[in-house]
Design a protein around this ligand. Structure first.
Ligand code: HEC
Ligand code: HEC
Length: 300
């Protein structure tokens, strides 16, 4: 990176941080903080680039970014009042949101929100989106927007996304596509679960702990898993994630997807099986998709 690029990047980080602060203090409405939205997003998706942890600035902002990263990696342990299951954000957003095809956080910044959200029926902020995962994927409670924890997470997301122009499409964003016309076969999925997944996630889906009692392989269903309102509880969302990321492989930097280990049909079958096992309810589900458009694999 040239010094000029580095300077631009620092300015982008500062702008994100400053704007997020002003929004939280109520001085700037969220919509106004998005001045960069007026820039025309580039037509082609931008390259998927993970910034180096070593480049985190050695200052107050850097401390916040590092705290945000820790919260993403050790969510259940550090935020017991907000997490009702035993998952961490990194359980699904692999590598702390740095793995393409595993719903990465690169491109998820204050500058790329608010965004339309059909499930909510209105535009949501980045904080709303994070809290959506706290309430559903973590089966827990939202963080206050002005809490040190929320600010730290947003600082980490903004740092990861500092090279992404506002609202640009990023290669490897999301969990990728899956053919939604494939008809799931849960009985075949159960068989596949036994041969391809149970070794790590447990024969009963309850995950596996190490000798210290910490989960090394997270549960896939039961009381300690995500609730029915989570994206992962939906057959085709789970299938897309599994197709690219499970069974997990390990790269130099930690977990990496082993895309292609299962066919699309197998991913759909195993997703149908494990996602429909018993899991916590989500009473606020009654408010979802208020304007219609509920996907066919929604659990309610
Ligand atoms: C059980 C798996 C799971 C866990 C744990 C989880 N998420 Fe998610 N998250 C998802 C899925 C799946 C999506 C995409 C949902 C969809 O498109 O339907 C998502 C979407 C998101 C998005 C929007 C991404 C985009 O591309 O639009 C953000 C931001 C996010 N999650 C943040 C978090 C944070 C922060 C945590 C931890 C507090 C967390 N998530 C925990 C599964 C999870
Ligand atoms: C080699 C061990 C291993 C195998 C085999 C494996 N997984 Fe995983 N899986 C993991 C790990 C580890 C994570 C969490 C990643 C992290 O925390 O960094 C994970 C996370 C998940 C998640 C998101 C977190 C959660 O608990 O809901 C789902 C869903 C999942 N795996 C499904 C499957 C399915 C389905 C299969 C079989 C096709 C499978 N996995 C096979 C190791 C494995």
């Amino acid at each position: 990176m040239t010094s000029e690029q580095l300077k631009m990047k620092k300015m982008r980080i500062m702008r994100h941080t400053l704007m997020a602060g002003l929004v939280i203090m109520g001085l700037v409405p969220p919509a106004l903080a998005q001045t960069p939205t007026q820039e025309t997003p580039p037509a082609a998706p931008v390259k998927f680039l993970v910034p180096r942890l070593a480049d985190i600035p050695d200052d107050a902002n850097g401390k916040q970014i590092l705290y945000g990263r820790r919260l993403v990696m050790e969510t259940a342990r550090l935020l017991p009042s907000n997490v009702g299951d035993v998952l961490n954000c990194t359980s699904c957003h692999l590598g702390g949101g740095t793995v393409a095809g595993a719903s990465p956080f690169i491109g998820q910044s204050s500058a790329s929100y608010p965004r339309d959200n059909p499930r909510a029926g209105h535009k949501v902020t980045l904080e709303d989106r994070i809290n959506g995962c706290f309430q559903r994927s973590m089966n827990g409670k939202p963080l206050a927007n002005d809490s040190a924890e929320m600010k730290a997470m947003v600082a980490y997301f903004n740092w990861l996304s500092a090279d992404v122009p506002p609202h640009a499409k990023v290669e490897g964003a999301g969990i990728g596509k899956i053919d939604k016309t494939l008809v799931p076969d849960a009985a075949h999925g159960k068989e596949l679960y036994g041969t391809k997944c149970a070794v790590c996630h447990g024969t009963d889906g309850q995950g596996l702990k190490n000798a210290k009692g910490e989960f090394v392989f997270p549960p896939l269903w039961g009381d300690r898993s995500f609730n029915v309102g989570a994206g992962m509880a939906r057959t085709y969302t789970a299938a897309a994630f599994i197709k690219r990321n499970m069974p997990i492989g390990y790269g130099l930097n930690g977990p990496l997807g082993q895309g292609g280990a299962l066919t699309e049909q197998e991913a759909v079958d195993v997703a149908e099986y494990f996602s429909h096992q018993p899991r916590p309810d989500f009473p606020a589900k009654v408010n979802d998709w208020p304007n219609g458009g509920k996907p066919k694999d929604a659990r309610y």
